[in-house]
Design a protein around this ligand. Structure first.
Ligand code: NAP
Length: 288
């Protein structure tokens, strides 16, 4: 079997066009969705990420603000900026790019963001909302994975999903989203005794580890759907995922590539969340 690709670039293009169309409608009602991206320090990778996020916003017609601060910004100064953005009516989403410098408590900063503007979905209130099935913002990467499954018409009810990785930003929320769609979910991590025994039972596998070749062809049931969240470098320095793509694509029914898979979907879902936040703000204003 040669798996069909789930093309994150193509799906992103569709979804971003929808965001752009909905943004035009909101603007006609007098509201422009706005995202503030805050970067502290000069981390090279973070600079690329924030540029891409701001550009994606601009391309879709959203208002975006990039606030860049020196490495020596204090925690109190950053908290004050977050508070100002919480009170800024032109901003519907606030994203503080991680990692933050070591002298700043990242969790404290995340908790300072108003849950109504937490478009990254990292606030404890967003995590609680996902856990309990209440409205809130879903973390963008696992949300993007769910959209990829939706794009192939995949029905999760009754299926067994195995998530490899249990981080707060990918693995755990991914597992909760799959559970919400009535999959039976297994979460694996570095303490899992026999990963292969788990993945061989899976109809859907999400790899979110950050290590090359965590998932190889002999670990995949024929016909399984494989989503690769990992971002690693191979020996030639090229971007690659956690999955041995060449081997696994011969066994799986669907697979996401790296690059061009989950990565672009993450930014797309940030736009979707920001648009949704703006729509909620407008609706609250109309019902006030
Ligand atoms: P993380 O916080 O480092 O979590 C990695 C998880 O993998 C941990 O739960 C860890 O287990 C588990 N793990 C480590 N070695 C393992 C092994 N041999 N077998 C099974 N599980 C193992 O990473 P993250 O933030 O979730 O990110 C994961 C990957 O996704 C990274 O490559 C990251 O760059 C990428 N990522 C991509 C996007 C995107 O947009 N494409 C977005 C976010 C992250 P323990 O909990 O036991 O340590």
């Amino acid at each position: 079997m040669t798996a069909q690709l789930i093309d994150g670039n193509a799906l992103s293009k569709q979804l971003r066009a929808q965001v752009a169309a909905d943004t035009v409608k909101l603007k006609a009602q007098g509201l422009t969705p706005g995202l503030a991206v805050v970067l502290v320090g000069d981390n090279q990778a973070s600079q690329v990420y924030v540029r891409n996020k701001v550009k994606a916003c601009e391309d879709a017609g959203l208002h975006s603000v990039l606030e860049k601060y020196e490495l020596n910004m204090t925690e109190a100064e950053l908290l004050a900026r977050v508070e100002a953005l919480n009170n800024d009516d032109s901003i519907h989403g606030i994203l503080v790019q991680l990692p933050l410098p070591a002298h700043i408590d990242a969790q404290k900063v995340i908790e300072a963001i108003s849950p109504a503007k937490d478009v990254d979905g990292f606030h404890i209130a967003s995590a609680g909302a996902l856990m309990t099935g209440m409205p809130g913002f879903w973390p963008c990467t696992p949300y993007g994975c769910m959209k990829m499954l939706e794009s192939i018409g995949y029905q999760l009810k009754g299926k067994h999903a195995v998530v490899i990785g249990r981080s707060n930003i990918v693995g755990k929320p991914m597992a909760l989203m799959l559970l919400q769609q009535n999959a039976t979910v297994t979460i694996c991590h570095s303490g899992t005794k026999d990963l292969k025994a788990m993945t061989l039972q899976a109809d859907v596998i999400v790899a979110a580890v950050g290590k090359r070749n965590v998932l190889t062809a002999d670990m995949v049931k024929p016909g399984a759907v494989v989503l690769d969240v990992g971002m690693n470098r191979n020996d030639e320095g090229k971007l690659c995922g956690d999955v041995d793509f060449d081997g696994v694509k011969e066994v799986a029914s669907y697979i996401t590539p790296v690059p061009g898979g989950v990565g672009p979907m993450t930014i797309t879902m940030l736009l979707v969340n920001t648009l949704e936040s703006a729509q909620r703000a407008l609706s609250e204003k109309q019902h006030a």
